[in-house]
Structure formats: C-alpha cells, structure tokens
Unconditional design. Structure first.
Length: 171
C-alpha cells in the first residue's frame, strides 16, 4: 500500500475517520485542522496515494518544554526547561490497523523531530501512552520511561541521538 503523509488541509475528509477511540476521532474531526492553522500543533495525515483525501491515520506534534529532566546522564541537573517535541496523538483507522501504518506514522514523527532539532534544538520526542497496552509499541523503537512528574502519569521519550539513528538507518 502506497501511503502519503502530509499536513492536514481542508481537502482531507475528517468525518469518516474511526480508529475505535472516540477521543482521537473527535480531535481529528473538530480540532486538528484548526490547531494546525493557528500554529498550536501540527497534524499530519496518512492517506492512500490512490485516495489522497481519505484519512487512514494521523499523528499530531507540538512543542514541549521538559521541566523535569529525563533520567538520562546527558540531561541531569539542568537549571532551565529543555526543548523537546511531543507526539500528542497517533491513531490508525480501524480498517487499516495491523498493517504497520502506526509504525510509518511514528517514523514520520521521529523524522520531523530530527528536523526540529537541527533548526532550534530538541532533546527528543516525548509521548504519553493512552493505555498501558501501547507501551510495548513505543518500547520496540527505543522509547524510555521518563522520570515521573508530580501527577505520576506515564511519560516516555526517545532521546534525540536515538531519533537521529532511526532516521539515518532509513536513508
């Protein structure tokens, strides 16, 4: 399956997307394009090349400020917030799951993180897995558990060095 991943536009059909998680469906339908237009976050959609407006998956990236440094020897004891990229959402339409589209979207997010790091600096890509069941998906790409903050939610991150290695291995 030939897939195109591009920034969301008015031409993309958001109404029929269904990944099985209402929160992710509603974000795509009602907020993704507007937040992209206002430079609040950027949503990138995956479409089959033959159906360039039919969304089969998406991911949303935003800037992120790391106040509590991750448990990593290179970032301990910084007195100021550190720049990072946040993978705020990643979803694949139910009809396209189990086809490695999630992997393609994640690799695209990693690639875009490297581009940001080359321009303004970023220590890596952060994600808050929605459920514990998706943790192994991120771990297989090298994501580490970040130090828990005050609210003890699960946060994972992929150090920029690993992001660069992932991108380099694809070139």
């Amino acid at each position: 399956m030939s897939v195109i991943i591009e920034e969301i536009t008015r031409q993309h059909n958001r109404k029929t997307f269904d990944c099985g998680v209402d929160e992710l469906n509603q974000f795509l339908r009602h907020q993704a394009r507007q937040k992209t237009a206002k430079q609040i976050s950027k949503t990138y959609v995956a479409c089959k090349a033959a159906e360039a407006t039919n969304i089969i998956g998406y991911h949303t990236l935003t800037g992120y400020s790391v106040i509590t440094p991750p448990a990593h020897k290179n970032y301990k004891k910084y007195p100021h917030p550190l720049n990072a990229v946040k993978l705020a959402r990643l979803a694949v339409a139910s009809s396209n799951q189990k086809q490695r589209l999630g992997e393609k979207l994640l690799i695209d997010a990693i690639y875009r993180t490297v581009l940001v790091a080359e321009q303004i600096s970023a220590i890596g890509l952060y994600v808050d897995p929605m459920t514990h069941e998706v943790i192994p998906f991120y771990q297989q790409y090298g994501f580490l558990t970040a130090e828990p903050g005050n609210d003890s939610h699960l946060e994972m991150w992929l150090p920029i060095k690993t992001c660069i290695q992932v991108v380099s291995s694809l070139l």
